[in-house]
Ligand binder design. Structure first.
Ligand code: RB5
Length: 150
C-alpha cells in the first residue's frame, strides 16, 4: 500500500514520527510538505499534494497533518473524490473507514500525541469499508459532489 503524507510546519515533527511508524510496518511512503518545523509552509499546499497523489493513483490513501487538522482536512475535501476525515481518536479513525470509506486521514499535531496518532493510523489501514447501507450514503456523497462541484 502506497501512502501519501504531507503536513505544514506545525505538523512537521509529527509527520516524521508517522513516516517512521509507517515504514517500519512496510508501507511505501510518498512524503511532501514542510521541510522543517520552523520554516512556514501552507497547509493548503500540503493538503493539495496529498489529495492529488490519491486522486491520480500515485498513492492508495493519504495522511494530512497540520496544527489542528482542520485547515488541511478542509483543503483535501475541496477535491472531488476525496473523503478526508478529521479524527481525534481511534474510534473516529475506525469509523471513518467502516462507515465513510475515507481515503484521507487528517489530524492535528497540536491536538493528539504520537501514541494516539499511531493508533489512528493503524485503524485507518486495518479497517475495511463496511458497505451495505453505508455504501448508499457514500453514493449520496458522490452525487452531492456531482451536483455541486463545478
Ligand atoms: C498553523 O499555525 C496552523 O494555522 C495550521 O497548522 C492549522 O492548524 C490550520 O488549520
Amino acid at each position: 500500500m502506497k501512502v501519501s503524507i504531507a503536513s505544514d510546519h506545525a505538523g512537521y515533527d509529527m509527520r516524521q514520527l508517522v513516516i517512521k511508524h509507517l515504514t517500519d510496518k512496510g508501507f511505501e511512503v510518498i512524503d511532501g510538505g514542510a521541510v522543517s518545523a520552523t520554516e512556514r509552509f501552507s497547509y493548503v499546499e500540503a493538503g493539495n499534494k496529498v489529495a492529488t497523489d490519491v486522486l491520480t493513483g500515485k498513492a492508495d490513501r493519504g495522511i494530512a497533518i497540520c496544527g489542528t487538522g482542520i485547515g488541511i482536512s478542509m483543503v483535501c475535501n475541496k477535491h472531488k473524490g476525496i473523503r478526508a476525515a478529521l479524527c481525534n481518536n481511534e474510534y473516529m479513525a475506525r469509523m471513518c473507514r467502516q462507515h465513510n470509506d475515507a481515503n484521507v486521514l487528517a489530524f492535528g499535531a497540536r491536538v493528539v500525541g504520537p501514541e494516539i496518532a499511531f493508533a489512528m493510523v493503524d485503524c485507518f489501514f486495518e479497517e475495511e469499508f463496511a458497505g451495505g447501507r453505508h455504501a448508499e450514503r457514500v453514493g449520496q456523497m458522490k452525487q452531492t459532489e456531482e451536483e455541486n462541484f463545478k
